[in-house]
Design a protein around this ligand. Structure first.
Ligand SMILES: CC(=O)SCCNC(=O)CCNC(=O)[C@H](O)C(C)(C)COP(=O)(O)OP(=O)(O)OC[C@H]1O[C@@H](n2cnc3c(N)ncnc32)[C@H](O)[C@@H]1OP(=O)(O)O
Ligand SMILES: N[C@@H](CCO)C(=O)O
Length: 346
């Protein structure tokens, strides 16, 4: 793991200022002489800086993004808890962790920190920037913020503005955290029980009716309790608690809520029109959180974007699982002769 320490005050979009920040990041492969082989991967809500961990079907030896050919960069985002500055970091003004005092941050702030890291690494063009979900929110924002920097933009299961539906899911999760009586305490595991319930709520939006029907089917007709689906929800909550914290969860859920590429840019359409990168947008047919209509909207309004759709039993989380169709679509698009052709599959 590498660290980038930015030692200057960093004004945030919502008004507060961070007294500097740290980003944890990984790189794989070698930057070529022309500095033209950069693949920048933006991670999703609870991801980290190591895509060979959570996207191992896309990145690694023999994968589409093979470090033998590409220089792959991924940074843990501001506000997260895998090495970058977040609510559990020490606030230099108090010498104590920020906890509830961590300031409100936005996707645009996160992208500005990524861009500072990019400059530090001496990268002046990104061959491909890609991400799914919150990762895609960063990628589209970066494409607007720095037109001309990114040559190829791949936006998967993401949107231009977070939907009222998505915000409602996030608020329900924050309500679960607030209902935990420990949430007001200043300790790293405050709100952990609430976060378990929050993850359980979130899972309903990351999967769908069919996912549960297929993977958590009733054992028999005689059952009165102890259903598999119930055990699964609890297990997933426990699993997140073992690797995450409620402060970060809260902060990043707010980051999703405020994602809106149109803010202070006239309109969402005007913002999307600024993108110069050749763009591929991928939707997942069974995604109930970021439904395909959101990606079709992106593809309609980003100049020369191509839209593709994949199937997945997993719904929204399909972007973390469906490596084969994703690779096929990216390979086809990268090799596409007719750049600018719009393929809208409904
Ligand atoms: C530092 C870090 O660890 S970062 C971890 C990396 N994670 C990220 O980057 C976030 C993105 N990743 C994810 O969100 C997820 O890992 C996904 C979407 C890719 C896959 O989700 P998973 O939880 O692995 O898959 P799935 O939903 O099928 O659940 C399988 C798990 O549930 C358990 N499970 C399944 N059914 C049940 C049940 N009825 N009762 C109890 N447990 C169950 C399985 O045993 C399995 O457990 P395991 O994860 O300990 O092996
Ligand atoms: N399952 C994803 C969230 C959906 O984007 C994560 O935990 O990061």
């Amino acid at each position: 793991m590498n660290y980038f320490d930015y030692k200057y005050s960093f004004p945030l979009e919502a008004g507060a200022t961070l007294p500097g920040f740290r980003l944890a990041y990984t790189t794989f492969g070698t930057l070529n002489e022309e500095r033209s082989n950069v693949i920048w991967i933006c991670h999703a809500l609870t991801g980290n800086a190591d895509p060979t961990d959570w996207w191992n079907g896309m990145v690694g030896p023999g994968r589409y993004y093979d470090p033998a050919q590409w220089f792959v960069v991924c940074a843990n985002i501001l506000g997260s808890c895998y090495g970058s500055t977040g609510p559990l970091s020490i606030n230099p003004e108090t010498d104590e962790p920020f906890y509830h005092d961590f300031p409100a941050i936005t996707i645009r702030d996160i992208v500005n920190t990524l861009d500072l890291l990019r400059q530090e690494l001496g990268i002046d063009r990104i061959h491909t920037c890609l991400g799914g979900s919150v990762g895609g929110q960063q990628a589209v924002e970066w494409g607007i913020l720095k037109p001309g920097l990114i040559e190829n933009l791949i936006l998967i299961a993401t949107n231009a503005v977070h939907s009222p539906w998505g915000i409602a899911f996030n608020e329900s999760q924050r309500m679960a955290i607030e209902a935990d009586p420990t949430w007001t305490e200043r300790r790293p595991d405050a709100g952990a029980v609430g976060m378990k319930a929050a993850r359980s709520i979130a899972l309903l939006s990351y999967r769908n009716y069919d996912t549960y029907g297929f993977t958590q089917a009733l054992d028999n007709n005689e059952q009165l309790d102890n259903y598999k689906a119930a055990g699964y929800q609890r297990y997933q909550g426990e699993k997140l608690v073992s690797r995450f914290n409620a402060f970060t969860y809260w902060t990043l859920s707010k980051v999703m809520d405020s994602h809106n590429v149109g803010r202070n840019r006239g309109s969402i359409l005007k913002a999307l029109e600024q993108i110069k990168a050749r763009t591929l947008v991928v939707g997942i047919r069974s995604d109930v959180l970021f439904p395909p209509a959101e990606q079709q909207f992106l593809a309609r309004h980003i100049p020369n974007a191509v839209y593709e759709e994949i199937d997945s039993l997993y719904g929204h989380d399909g972007f973390l699982i469906e490596f084969r169709p994703l690779t096929q679509i990216i390979r086809k698009w990268m090799g596409a002769e007719k750049i600018g052709e719009k393929v809208l599959t409904t």
